[in-house]
Design a protein around this ligand. Structure first.
Ligand SMILES: *Cc1c(COP(=O)(O)O)cnc(C)c1O
Length: 366
C-alpha cells in the first residue's frame, strides 16, 4: 500500500506544468517583475470569474482581510462579528486594525457560524459581519445580507477556502461588500507562493484598497495615509492566470471526491460526514469528518500511511492571545465539542478511487 498525502500539489502541477512554465518564462524574460500585464490581466479575469466589477490583488489572504477592514474604516472601539472556527488570520486582522472580534457559535452540520446567533451579538459598536466560508462550504449569505442591511452593517466575506463556491447561484466574494481571497498553494486556486485578492462592486472601496496596498500613496511618493506594501508578484499572477481556466474542473473533481467519500464511508455509524447546505455549492477545500475518538483514528491512519489534517484544534475564543476578551470554556459549546472531533481526510481533485477506498478501509477498521 502506498502512502496517501493529505494533499498532493505535484500531481496538479503535472497536469498543467507546460502552460505554467511558459507563463513563468515570459515573465522572466520580460524584465518586469512587479506589476505589469500579468497582474492587471489576472485582476480583470478574476473579477469576471467572481462576477464583480473590481478585483485588487495583494500579497496574501491575510492582507486581503486587512485591506477590506481598513477600507471600510474599521478600527479602535469597533466590533466585528465572526466565527471561532477558522484560521487565526480572520480574527488576527480584526485585532490588527484595533477592533475587537466577537465570536458566535457554529452549526455542527455546516461548520460555519450559526446565522441565527448574529442578531444577539450585535451591539452599538458592531461595524461589520465577517462570514468565513469554511472548508469550501458557503455561509447562508441570504440571512447574513438581510441582517446586515437591517442593522446597517458591512459584510466582509472570508473566501480563502472557497474560491469558486456559490450561494444561491452567486459566487462567494460577490455577495458581501468585499470578498477576500487567498492564493496560498493549498487553497482551491493556489499560487506557487503567497498571493491574495479582494473583490467588490464598489469602485470607491476598490480605489481605497489600491491606495492602502501601495503605502497609502495616491500618486508616487505622495502619501495620504498609512498603508502597507502588499503586491501579488508578476510571477504569481502569471501562474494564477494560467491556472484559473482549470479552477472549475478542479472544483468539480473535489466534488466528485466528496461524493465518493460519502458512499464509501456511509456505513460507519459512529462517523458524522460533512453535509452540503442545500442553498449552497461547496468546493470542498477540506473533507472533514467528526469522530468520537479522533486522536486514535488519526494515529491509526498515520500508521497506515494516510495523512490527515486537524483543522482546527483550538477555537479562537479560547486561544491564549484572546484571554483578554473574557470568554470562558463552555460559552460556545458546539465549537468547543467539535474541535475535539474533527479530522480532515485527504482531499484534492486528483485523488483516485483506489486511494479513497484505501482511506475508507483504514477509517472503517478503527
Ligand atoms: C488561508 C486562510 C486565510 C489567510 O490566507 P493567507 O493567504 O495564508 O494569508 C484567511 N482565512 C482563512 C479562512 C484561511 O483559510
Amino acid at each position: 500500500m502506498k502512502n496517501i498525502p493529505p494533499i498532493d500539489l505535484a500531481r496538479q502541477y503535472q497536469s498543467v506544468g507546460m502552460a505554467i512554465e511558459s507563463a513563468v518564462q515570459s515573465v522572466l524574460s520580460s524584465g518586469r517583475y512587479i506589476g505589469g500585464s500579468p497582474v492587471s490581466d489576472f485582476e480583470r479575469r478574476f473579477a469576471d470569474y467572481v462576477g464583480v466589477r473590481e478585483c485588487v490583488s495583494c500579497n496574501s489572504g491575510t492582507d486581503a482581510l486587512f485591506l477590506a477592514l481598513r477600507a471600510i474604516g474599521i478600527g479602535a472601539g469597533d466590533e466585528v462579528i465572526t466565527t471561532p472556527f477558522t484560521f487565526f488570520a480572520t480574527a488576527e486582522v480584526i485585532s490588527a486594525v484595533g477592533a475587537t472580534p466577537v465570536f458566535v457559535d457554529i452549526e455542527a452540520h455546516t461548520f460555519n457560524f450559526n446565522v441565527e446567533h448574529l442578531e444577539a451579538a450585535i451591539t452599538p459598536r458592531t461595524k461589520a459581519i465577517l462570514p468565513v466560508h469554511l472548508f469550501g462550504q458557503p455561509v447562508n449569505m441570504t440571512r447574513v445580507t438581510e441582517i446586515a442591511r437591517s442593522r446597517n452593517l458591512a459584510v466582509i466575506e472570508d473566501c480563502a477556502q472557497a474560491t469558486g463556491a456559490s450561494w444561491d447561484s452567486r459566487q462567494v466574494g460577490s455577495i458581501g461588500d468585499i470578498g477576500c481571497f487567498s492564493f496560498f498553494p493549498t487553497k482551491n486556486l493556489g499560487a506557487f507562493g503567497d498571493g491574495g485578492a479582494v473583490t467588490t462592486n464598489d469602485g470607491e472601496l476598490a480605489e481605497k484598497m489600491r491606495v492602502l496596498k501601495n503605502h497609502g500613496a495616491t500618486h508616487r511618493y505622495y502619501h495620504e495615509e498609512i498603508g502597507i506594501n502588499s503586491r501579488l508578484d508578476a510571477l504569481q499572477a502569471a501562474i494564477l492566470l494560467a491556472k484559473l481556466p482549470y479552477l472549475d474542473k478542479w472544483n468539480d473533481g473535489r466534488r466528485a471526491v466528496a461524493d465518493r467519500y460519502r458512499d464509501l464511508l456511509a456505513e460507519n455509524v459512529d462517523i458524522v460526514l460533512p453535509q452540503e447546505h442545500p442553498g449552497g455549492r461547496s468546493v470542498w477545500n477540506q473533507y472533514t469528518i467528526r469522530v468520537p475518538h479522533r486522536d486514535r483514528l488519526r494515529d491509526r491512519l498515520s500508521k497506515n500511511g494516510i495523512g490527515t489534517g486537524l483543522y482546527y484544534p483550538v477555537p479562537l475564543h479560547l486561544q491564549p492571545v484572546y484571554q483578554n476578551l473574557g470568554y470562558s470554556p463552555g460559552q460556545l459549546p458546539i465549537i468547543e465539542r467539535i474541535c475535539k472531533e474533527v479530522l480532515s481526510l485527504p482531499m484534492f481533485p486528483e485523488l483516485t478511487l483506489e486511494e479513497q477506498q484505501q482511506v475508507a478501509v483504514s477509517v472503517s477498521h478503527s
